[in-house]
Ligand binder design. Sequence first.
Ligand SMILES: Cc1cc2nc3c(=O)[nH]c(=O)nc-3n(C[C@H](O)[C@H](O)[C@H](O)COP(=O)(O)OP(=O)(O)OC[C@H]3O[C@@H](n4cnc5c(N)ncnc54)[C@H](O)[C@@H]3O)c2cc1C
Ligand code: SF4
Ligand code: SF4
Length: 1023
Amino acid sequence: MNAPLSSLAQVSPDQAYEHVARVTHEVAAQLARRLRQHTQGEVRFDTADRGRYATDASIYQVMPAGVFVPRSIDEVGVALDICRDLDVPIVPRGGGTSQCGQTVGAGLVIDHTKHVRRILQVDAQSATAVVEPGLVLDHLNAELKKHGLWYPVDVSTSAQATLGGMAGNNSCGSRSIAYGNMVHNVLGVQAWLSDGTLLDWGPYEQSTGRVRQIGDFLAKLAHRLAPDIEANWPKVLRRVAGYNLDIFNNQSPRPYTADGSVNLAHLLIGSEGTLALTRQLKLQLQPLPRTKVLGVVNFPSFHQAMDAAQHIVKLGAPGQLMAVELVDRTMIELSLQNPSFAPTVRTALIGEPDAVLLVEFAGDSKAEIEPLLDQLEELMGDLGLPRSVVKMADDSAQKNLWEVRKAGLNIMMSLRGDGKPVSFIEDCAVPLEHLAEYTAALTDVFERHGTRGTWYAHASVGTLHVRPILDMRRDGAPKMRAIAEEASALVRRFRGAYSGEHGDGLCRGEWIHWQYGDAIQHALRDIKAELDPNNLLCPGRIVAPPRMDDASLMRFPPAYQVIPIRPALDWSAWNVQNDPRTEEISAPGTGGDPAHGLAKAVEMCNNNGHCRKFDAGTMCPSYRVTRDEKHLTRGRANTLRLALSGQLGPDALSSNDLSDSLSLCVGCKGCKRECPTGVDMARMKIEVSHQVRQKKGLRLRERLVATLPDYARHAARLSGLLNLRNQMPWLAQLGERLLGLSSQRSLPQWESRHFFNRGTMGVSAAQALASSQAVVLFVDTFNGHFESENALDAFKVLSAAGYDVHIASKTHEGHGANQGHLCCGRTYLSNGMVDEARVKAQELLSALRPFAEKGIAIVGLEPSCLLTLRDEYTVMGLGEVANLVARHSLLLEEFLVRELKAGRLDALKSRLCTINQPILVHGHCHQKAFGLMPDIMDIVKLLPGANPRLIETSCCGMAGSFGYEQEHHEISMQMAELSLLPALRSSPDALVVADGTSCRHQIRDGSQRHAIHVASLLARHLR
Ligand SMILES: Cc1cc2nc3c(=O)[nH]c(=O)nc-3n(C[C@H](O)[C@H](O)[C@H](O)COP(=O)(O)OP(=O)(O)OC[C@H]3O[C@@H](n4cnc5c(N)ncnc54)[C@H](O)[C@@H]3O)c2cc1C
Ligand code: SF4
Ligand code: SF4
């Protein structure tokens, strides 16, 4: 298959980019066919799939010819052969978190993250590891922990960045002052040249054959260019532009190798996939630091903070200073506005500083490194800032503060409106002695261009992140260029590096020439021509790049349009514009979005890839199971954005492409809480489902599920008959054939004697309104009809706590068979029946209003129902009453925690008896999305002897009706197997507490254990 190649070598480098785009279109069909024929990998060439891979965390968008997801690493080699044969360029990709457009390109995108992610070897003795390129850094470090080792290039995107991508970008982490960049930590690379030759790249002296030949070629170039390299190469640690031609004459303050020798693997580090395709990497590991301390220095002015950095970095013995990270005033203020960050931030502040520096030291014991904090304090005294240091030796306090620092960019990126903080000069690096002057001058540049930036990050190495706010749909591109030009002049003045962390990509390629000059630029072209003569690998990157402000390459070019739609939900909070100087937001609804805010809400996704994380938290369960970009929040947001902007063709909102991408979204709301920019895909799915229903109507199964609250009381009368379905397999199979409800599932058991037909209970509305001890219990359809003991137990617990409990009902008389049960409309919303849900909501709100007006708490049991009142109700056009009721609606455990804090729970506490059993708690996704897990844990702990353990789970996989659906049964069980079921198996004696109806059902189906609601746990332990 190593056929000779044609065209690309013959076009001038300047035309290459355009040329590539034409070639790929012509041969795409052939490419797809041959990939399918010769590999087991996933071959994806439809518009939606290509669109999902057309972007990364940059401002760019280029439609690839196709996407290939290899099943094994050697299939990358096969794809390379086919591409070479057809002259189709290749764009290798990891997590796609590059900020400069490295992974967008017109060729075949190869996604390494799904299957090509093995740890091939860990040698604890020599502290080395060999890995495949698609492995995520955090996953490697989780494995290394047991050896007391880690890979210390700790990029902020560690939960989603791959080792292959990190090598491609020569990435660097917060602790680079101690460990250096990728180039300092890679020992060897095995990689394919574009002609298909697989080479082992390592020490030059030991190399032979083709690698030696390349080494000799490079050595000659480097020797000839030594004066230019010496003159033009920035002498800072953070320099990632172009190819590392300085490996023969290192210009970095840190040697590339321990003994100063040349390692040819280092040529590939930072080459952004343009020279070779990585098959595996050999990494130098480091011992995990035994302990750390943190000093937070508070500065009255930003300038002083910048000026102090050069002195701080001299503290400690080599290897003791780990990081000096900046957090500026804007970031401090934004963090203080965030309720979950504010307490942590306050612990670090002395007065109202203009900036703080987080100074971290590591060592073998606290006793060894704590004196460094004293030295830091002394230094600050010498610099005229006595008593400016907050010392933190406690590990958890440090961890909390680092979390806030890591969230910095996320906090900034949540700005609504078309103006966005844009990354294009965010990682220029300057020598520390010029940091103060540089930041002041760049701030002036922003000012002159009518914008501003927030500064943060790596003060230790002179790389301060800053993103001016620009509106790329309007005048953003020319402003970006103008600011870039002025910033580059400053970088030159201070002899810094223009590209200091995030690579070149489409954004900074053209600045390589500016940085290095003619001779080196030619040398980089020669290197490219020597290694990739046919320009097959990522053409238009590093060599012959396009202009950074070429609007035809952008995600939001000036011609970007949104198709007008009338949404069912209120998205006006996103339909705003912002002032780039003050970040003030215009009034809701004034943003000019033809989709009334829906498009702008979707566009909040900036592709940072945080939803690819696998660690604690919920987001995104469907991705965790499938590892498929299509089933990722980012993939969904991109699909929806493309649909709303007409890039997926007409009627894209009701297209199969979109429904396919949304099909495995379980509506868990994990993204609502955990996505840094607050992309709320669960809500978007409701909106899209609504739009689809308008066109296509409902299927029988959807109607059956949605309208369950309406027929539940009639069905309950036939409970004996209906429950036969769970006993007779043929009935289950019939149900699967007719309705698509999985025959492998049991269905919830109907109760003939359920909560709503037990006669009157609790106080009447009038009594509740007159009582100072009143609480309203809202019993949902599921707890009321299928597990009425939960509702009865909640009633018992609230009564035992001394409350006058009123059961919410249509008649206000207290609940009973004839008084009509209320429904929140959740099942309708889940099926896109927003209008019908609104009717239910209006009914419920009018029943609850009098109590909310009196400040009486409304307590619910099922998280997905109760929290609908606090979430969707506020955007359903229900008026002020929705906000009023939302303010008073609480889950049982929330209510009890509130009362506990107010000292009103003594009666209940005195009646609770000891529990001796271990307890496992599983949270419903919506509980987690609203940050309510601490509440349930606190309430379980009210039981004497209780020592509950929270299971770190994502979604259990049942998610309302999702897990019952025949086509989703398997994936639903896989979600449960991610962590929930293994955790249950590992504690066979534990009592399992789960508030979610569907969670309890999943637990029963998956483990044959009977999980109970927290209400039942308490009720069973009442004396
Ligand atoms: C919010 C945010 C914070 C960030 N923080 C940091 C930070 O702290 N430090 C930092 O350095 N960067 C940071 N980045 C940039 C980015 O996350 C890193 O560069 C990261 O290492 C990229 O990893 P990835 O797997 O996403 O690679 P990708 O973006 O997918 O790819 C990166 C490059 O590697 C190439 N590549 C991928 N696989 C291969 C292969 N098999 N063979 C050859 N080439 C390949 C690609 O073509 C591309 O040129 C940040 C980005 C964001 C959005
Ligand atoms: S959905 Fe959120 S977390 Fe995922 S890439 Fe987009 S902005 Fe990032
Ligand atoms: S709602 Fe849940 S499943 Fe859907 S995109 Fe968000 S995190 Fe993923």
